[in-house]
Ligand binder design. Structure first.
Ligand SMILES: [Zn+2]
Length: 387
């Protein structure tokens, strides 16, 4: 279930027990990843400063995996053309890769129960008796059963906040092929995203949303790129160059850029057009890890990864509205905030999931994202008023 998805607590210690680092300015990378991030669904109503995350895992009765489960194994893939020194340097930069302790490795008990995605549903109701059902999805990107529905739910969850961005900037950051093997790890991705959000906050941006796409256009080729939606606008060429330069310095050691003679590729665009904003939101929230077979180990490592993350202040009024066929997302956005799509009343969900086949017998009407309206429960015959 989406409401209570917290990042597992990871304590990051250096291998030798010391906390000192040779690299300067890397405090964020080496900082303990112990904060529980909220889902946008929860944080969206509070409008406070801080960060919230969206979990790839949404099925309530699937126990959570600790992130570094296979992280070390993933990182042990040593690319042939790197010298040990370069690898060591990159590892020190991107993550404290020996962060797992035996206590973190809850394996069997935390693995999925094997229940089929979509076989259960939760039923909820408003104070006035309007009933809603949602089929529980696993939310994993490679899952074909719920891919489209999970995508719609992600859109629904981010919309209430992204509606607050008037002039919207879209930034895509792509890493050089040489360092991608070291990014096959959720911890590296989480830390890089956090560094970027921190940088943009320091530069004065007030609303920032980031989400990784692990794969790009070529099926099965790991191609991590960080998508950013923020409150940006037109920048003079010098300002844009300065922004790109600061991102590059923040996210790639200058020694690496020099060594490989390449740097991060950064795309920047901005708009005030509602259709374009929605196009970016749909694109950023889509799944790119389409086949588990592309990288089984990474798929396991990413289980429970909080991919979509917010930073900044989100208590403004909406600045734009959906147009045309995108209007159908208004109802979903309300549900994404825990409200009834028509009446706007808060929905209270039953804690116990029911088999979907039972809920299906009540003639549910699909609104989108595996959310359904249910007909009201009829009064028992004895209570009917006589004419
Ligand atoms: Zn699924």
């Amino acid at each position: 279930m989406e409401r209570e998805s917290h990042l597992n607590t990871l304590t990051v210690n250096s291998p030798d027990g010391s906390s000192s680092r040779k690299h300067s300015g890397l405090s964020l990378i080496t900082a303990p990843l112990s904060r529980a991030e909220r889902t946008p669904e929860v944080a969206a109503v509070s409008g406070i400063c801080g960060e919230g995350g969206e979990s790839l895992k949404t099925l309530s009765d699937f126990p959570r995996t600790n992130l570094p489960l296979t992280a070390v194994a993933v990182l042990d893939d040593t690319p042939g053309d790197h010298t040990k020194a370069h690898l060591k340097s990159l590892r020190a930069y991107y993550l404290d890769y020996e962060a797992t302790s035996p206590a973190d490795e809850k394996t069997q008990s935390q693995k999925p129960t094997g229940k089929m995605c979509g076989s259960l549903a939760l039923v909820g109701a408003t104070g006035s008796g309007k009933r809603i059902a949602k089929r529980i999805c696993c939310g994993r990107e490679p899952c074909e059963r719920c891919r489209e529905q999970s995508h719609q739910r992600r859109i629904a969850r981010v919309l209430p906040r992204l509606f607050q961005i008037d002039s919207m900037a879209y930034i895509v950051i792509t890493w050089l092929v040489e360092v991608r093997p070291l990014m096959r790890n959720p911890k590296a991705l989480a830390l890089l995203g956090k560094r970027l959000r921190g940088l943009l906050r320091r530069r004065g941006y007030r609303k920032i949303y980031t989400r990784w796409h692990p794969f790009g256009d070529t099926p099965g080729v790991y191609h991590p790129h960080l998508n950013v939606i923020c409150d940006g606008e037109y920048l003079e060429p010098e300002q844009l160059a300065d922004l790109k330069n600061s991102i590059r310095c923040e996210l790639l050691p200058r020694s690496m850029a020099k060594l490989y003679g390449k740097d991060l590729v950064i795309h920047y665009d901005y708009t005030q057009d509602a259709k374009r904003k929605m196009h970016w939101i749909k694109y950023v929230s889509k799944a790119t890890f389409l086949e588990r077979e592309w990288d089984e180990e990474l798929a396991s490592a990413l289980y429970g990864f909080h991919n979509g993350c917010f930073a900044g202040t989100w208590n403004d009024t909406p600045k734009w509205r959906l147009t045309g066929t995108d209007k159908k997302f208004n109802a979903l956005a309300r549900l994404g905030e825990g409200l009834h799509p028509e009446s706007g009343e808060p929905v209270t969900w039953d804690s116990k999931p029911l088999p979907w086949v039972l809920v299906k017998m009540e003639n549910p009407v699909h609104i989108g994202g595996w959310w359904y309206t249910l007909p009201p429960i009829r009064e028992p015959p004895g209570r009917c008023r006589s004419p």
